[in-house]
Write a protein that binds this ligand. Structure first.
Ligand SMILES: [Zn+2]
Length: 228
């Protein structure tokens, strides 16, 4: 995947400012290219470990939008993609109307909205040109409705281990979720492990039991060599 910043970086495209205001065809084309690139993305060693855990992995909450989980049978149902997946599109007016890029029509108009019957004259069809947009959360955009409720439901489950990797937990809502889950796990004498080469901030340090100051892929490599 291209980097976020610099020449050819994604930052320009991953901003809702560009979404409807400027060069929409160019933007759509870039999004389509990205969805193809995401479909070809390779698993990292850490992701392979997640997959290999099988039934021992209860839930996977991720901020990545590459949708790597879709390609693994069994991973998608237990993955909560907090920021959506690049492979999917949703209607700007009716988020329940979804499709993927291969089904998307030129101009990316929502087919479900376009063929809605007229309420006053059901024999007629109403044409509504509601556009489809990538089903991801852009920079400065809010997460879709229902996200916090779904995270709240996860807190009801029984947990004994939480592994935090690949996130600084700088975003308040992510930190709050991790903190509540950590409190629950520690009350049940479980364990919270954080994996990141950078030292934790004080507030994150307070919610973890073990802080592994290593890149996640290095931890995965060591885990694999121990397991084999
Ligand atoms: Zn629609």
């Amino acid at each position: 995947m291209p980097p976020l910043k610099g020449r050819d970086g994604l930052a320009e495209y991953l901003s809702e400012d560009l979404l409807y205001k400027t060069d929409r065809p160019r933007w759509y084309e870039k999004m389509r290219e990205l969805s193809v690139a995401a479909s070809k993305a390779q698993h990292t060693p850490f992701h392979e470990i997640l997959v290999s855990l099988g039934a021992r992995l209860h839930q996977h909450v991720m901020q990545n939008i590459d949708g790597l989980d879709i390609r693994e049978p069994g991973m998608e149902p237990k993955t909560f993609a907090l920021h959506g997946r690049l492979q999917n599109l949703r209607c700007i007016k009716n988020p329940g109307h979804t499709s993927n890029w291969s089904e998307a029509k030129p101009g990316e108009v929502c087919e479900s909205c376009a063929t809605k019957p007229d309420m006053r004259n059901p024999a007629r069809q109403v044409r509504r040109n509601n556009h489809m947009r990538p089903n991801i959360t852009f920079h400065r955009e809010s997460v879709p409705e229902g996200t916090s409720e779904r995270l709240g439901q996860l807190l009801q489950d029984d947990w004994d281990l939480l592994v935090i990797a690949g996130t600084s937990l700088k975003i308040g809502s992510c930190y709050d979720f991790a903190r509540k889950l950590s409190n629950k796990i520690q009350a049940a004498v479980g364990c919270v492990i954080r994996i990141d080469p950078k030292a934790a901030t004080k507030r994150v340090g307070r919610i973890v039991n073990i802080d592994l100051l290593l890149p996640a892929d290095e931890v995965a490599r060591r885990y694999s060599s121990m397991a084999s």
